[in-house]
Ligand binder design. Structure first.
Ligand code: NAP
Length: 337
């Protein structure tokens, strides 16, 4: 039988910016006993994919590696001991392939797709059966392929440590992937959402998605205090902190006593002025997190179906061959990193 081949984008290193991406054809490995061959139909990029090539990614990496953590497709073949999947099933990839349930450990943190383990920027891939999750029935492949990183991170922030309750308040920062998913999940859970953006044009988009209040973080430098005022002075229950430098200080102004600041990103830089001692003075929890487990992703898929949540997708979609243009496009609309 002829060997199956796949076109794929490999990251060769971090010292050549986006030229560290190389397009090649490779042989697809045989499917092992507990493995599954997937025909990937769609993949999406995250801020993480940009910063890997710019040598600013703080988590484990191993080169060369096929890029991309997020992908959706259908099972083509399942190994003889696979119990979860059969040919034709629609699946999405799990970001940290080894993070199955419960707390993340060191071994699990070294299993990032497109970082340590070959990822989704290819036509075909073989995964362990536990490295996949059923795709939501209400979503297309294009929509499902956005769930592995940004959506699961947002889910973990809101439900991973101290689950959000109806009537509580959530603050999300900027109109990036993590923040938009957090807004959608928070509204579905019955929370009040305060969103920030630097863009006047995006205010309407946030409102259409259900944000109760939208603040412009460029015009209102004290947006943390404004957010607190909007809660009647009590403060916000959950803050999805993606800015780091430039936002953490305001997040600490906005947080409620016993509230949770989920420390997720560093869009504004990784050296904020604020210190952890301010968690004591504000009596709050600041919690670093790294995407989420398969068990959390299964819960998230169920919630996406029950609430018919649809990811917000950019108008511009690229072919696999155009992946380098997709990186450049995303970098152009994203900022400095
Ligand atoms: N810890 C984890 O497991 C994990 C997982 C996923 C992502 N992350 C991190 O989370 C961050 C967000 O990721 P993403 O994929 O959602 O990014 P993204 O989609 O690229 O977010 C882009 C948006 O972020 C907003 N933004 C940019 N600079 C900002 C700043 N200084 N302060 C506040 N908002 C700012 C802008 O919104 P406006 O145009 O509306 O202003 C921009 O459009 C990144 O740092 C990423 O590395 C971490």
């Amino acid at each position: 039988m002829a060997l199956l081949t796949t076109k794929q984008w490999k990251i060769t290193g971090t010292d050549h910016d986006f030229d560290g991406l190389s397009f090649e054809e490779a042989i697809v490995p045989q499917v092992g006993e507990n493995e599954v061959l997937v025909k990937l139909r769609a993949a999406s990029l995250n801020y993480r994919d940009l910063v890997i090539l710019k040598d600013k990614y703080p988590f484990p990496l191993k080169f060369p590696v096929v890029g991309g953590s997020d992908g959706a497709g259908e099972v083509v073949k399942a190994g003889p001991k696979v119990s979860k999947w059969k040919a034709g099933d629609n699946v999405v990839t799990l970001f940290n392939q080894g993070h199955q349930y419960g707390p993340l450990d060191i071994a699990g943190a070294h299993t990032g797709l497109g970082g340590v383990i070959d990822g989704t920027l290819r036509q075909y891939a073989v995964f362990n059966e536990n490295g996949l999750v059923r795709a939501p029935k209400n979503l297309s492949h294009l929509e499902s392929c956005t769930l592995s990183c940004a959506a699961l991170t947002a889910w973990n922030a809101l439900f991973g440590l101290k689950p959000l309750k109806a009537g509580e308040s959530v603050l999300v920062q900027g109109t990036g992937g993590v923040s938009i998913f957090a807004l959608q999940f928070a509204k579905a859970a019955g929370a009040v959402v305060i969103a920030t953006t630097s863009s006047k044009e995006k205010v309407e988009m946030f409102k259409k998605l259900g944000a109760d209040y939208v603040l412009n973080y460029k015009e209102d430098k004290h947006w943390g205090e404004t957010a607190r005022d909007l809660t009647g002075g009590q403060g916000v229950d959950h803050i999805v902190e993606v800015g780091g430098e430039g936002t953490l200080e305001q997040s600490l102004k906005a947080i409620k006593m016993e509230g949770i600041i989920s420390i997720i990103g560093f869009l504004g830089g990784a050296k904020p002025q604020s210190s952890v001692i301010e968690c004591l003075t504000n009596i709050c929890t600041a919690r670093g997190l790294f995407v989420g487990s398969r068990a959390m992703m299964e819960d998230m898929v169920a919630a996406i179906e029950a609430n018919d949540i649809h990811p917000v997708i950019d108008n511009k979609v690229f072919t696999l061959e155009e992946t380098k243009e997709a990186y450049t496009y995303m970098f152009g609309i994203a900022y400095t990193c």
